[in-house]
Ligand binder design. Sequence first.
Ligand SMILES: *Cc1c(COP(=O)(O)O)cnc(C)c1O
Length: 383
Amino acid sequence: MTATTPPLIPFFPPDLFEDDRDLLLDVVHEVATDPAQRFILGDRTARFEDLLRTDLGAADVIACGSGTTALTLILRAMGITAGDEVIVPAFGCAPLANTVLGVGATPVFADIDPHTLVIDPDAAEALITARTKALMPAHMFSVMADMPRMRALADRHGLRLIEDSAVAQGAVLDGRPAGTWGDAGLFSFVQVKSFGGPGEGGVVVTDDPELARTVRMLRNHGQDGTHRFRHHLIGMNSRFDEVLAAFQLRRHPGLARRLARRAEIAAHYTEQFTPLAAHGITPPSPGTNGRCYYVYSLLSEDRDKLKQHLADHGVDSHVYYPRPLPHQPAFALAAPADGHWPNAERAARQCLSIPIYPHLTDPQVDRITEAVLSFAPTPAPVA
Ligand SMILES: *Cc1c(COP(=O)(O)O)cnc(C)c1O
């Protein structure tokens, strides 16, 4: 680092909500001083659910405490329990395994596609047994899971389909929005997700009225919403915050623009990085169908060196995820001891995510691009 080194471009920008600072203060004041004094599951939450229902063309949207509890609520509402198996991708975030284990069922880890990094439908099919109750694909960094094939697989074997669309709000595959492909889907509003906010929150999305009714009860201690303190089910506390609802309601009109900016940056990265395949760096394939650029991940044969190189050039980066799920200490007991998930293992060694938030300026995008390009030892020969 020299005095001329430009300032670091962070992976988690501290000014993510800078444009909405006044809005955030306004909604805190508004909710705090509202005579209704409802801080959870009030009118704003109901309006936010309505907005997303309309946005998605889904029958029901139920707001809850987080994306993780959305998964738990779905599993519980589907009656998935001890002795049942749920097929999940071997590469992804912890909730894919721990929510299944949390309801007493067993996660069965399927390998991923080496390029798209989402669950491989053939690998999933090979793992179906008499105990399998559900398939739980997850959309990854920039690509939605192969939902048409997962839907067909679920239908052919009479299984429930849980679409972990936590990261993919706003993505559309073949004209159909992420979150609406499964028997139930979900979104997370944690800051890094595509419609992230300053706190915890999630929603369950479903067209199944019975499932929706059960999820609605489970999220608030098994009450039916009409009779206070009458508990029909053994529920939990997974409720939605009115401040976050008010904030997200007012930010929703800008979501499409922010997603378009992410996609624009991603298209630029992919175009620039495609020639790097000859140097062991592989960007995602180009395109917008079924895409959600909440994160932009490269595969690099020399990932740790690339990460250091970027840091030396003032570009922060992040590794999602350094270990496949079945190799995590907490989940290994649920996996066959001699199991191998070669594509998940390779992804864990090679994945590196670079900054892609919507308020990156063009000069910053250029700096990030240059930093990656300068890692390649020699330019690929021009054809
Ligand atoms: C973030 C995430 C979740 C969990 O959402 P939280 O709101 O953080 O609990 C679940 N699944 C996937 C794929 C995620 O990326």
